[in-house]
Design a protein around this ligand. Sequence first.
Ligand code: PMV
Length: 329
Amino acid sequence: VNNIEARTRSAFCYAPGKAILVGEHAVVYGASAIAIPIENGVRVAITDTESHLKKQGIGPLMRGVGTFLFGEAYIGERSFGPAPIKAMLNYLVEIFSKDIEDLVIIVDGSLPPGRGLGFSAALSVAVIKAIDRYLELGIDNESLYKHANALETIFHGRPSGIDHAAVINNRPIGFRRDKDQGIHWPIHIGCDMTMVVAWAGPHDGTKNAVQMLKQRKERHHDLYENIFKGLDNLSKAMEKCLIEGSLVEVGELMNIAHGYLSAMMVSTPELDRLCSIARGRGALGAKLTGAGGGGAMIALSEDQGSKLMQAFQDAGYPCMVTTIKKTIS
Ligand code: PMV
């Protein structure tokens, strides 16, 4: 009986993706930003049913299944797989020690990676929480943030922290960096909102986009500072409109945010096209979301989102709908 129990032990966790409503990039320089969870996310299952892998010097093993994912990755004597996933496994062994060496971590999900929708944050949070459940450690919130930040650093370089804060909280949040610390607070939404997210292809990588922007900022320091200040004001105005449930204004502010992002040169012709499609079909507002240079656009729908979904599908773009419910406080 013990044997069967040992072989069927498993743990699961789900973490949502996120979309930034306002303040990406500027948040790296201290401006406030707003993020929402989206309905597509990452699922992780952990089992020890393939413990023979340990004997082969493989493990822990991560297996990404589903349309968008990466196949197999493992470390140890016969290391294999994408470098960031292997670096992630090495970090996990460092913090959870040999206890995880014979585990198989299966990743599945409906969230495409590399589109600015928080895939790496969702993966990081779901994996840490699933291992914590599996080992029955009862990890505290502070450690969860710390480890998620360390894993996000592997994927992004120097993350502001907004992605994993949005994923961990799984509700709309305001976020700001203050003296290298991420501060976040809940935003109580005044009415239901439907967002449609569409994307063209992967972006050029958050690390790259943040670095290129830094170089442009060095060349045009004061102008960029003014843009960040503008985006900080925009975030504050949007927070107020979200709380009041003034969706027409939220949409207008999203359009302005896209203008600022274009000014910072992180939009692309394709992202501009996605915004035009959305606005042409009656979206209250539309903007790129995340690091830009490709990736996703988010549009605020005036209805349940079917008109916008149809428009993107007709134009050949993958898309998904997310509803944010009015907060009952
Ligand atoms: O990784 P993405 O595409 O979700 O972008 C994260 C948001 C940035 O502001 C561009 C970077 C950061 O660390 O805040």
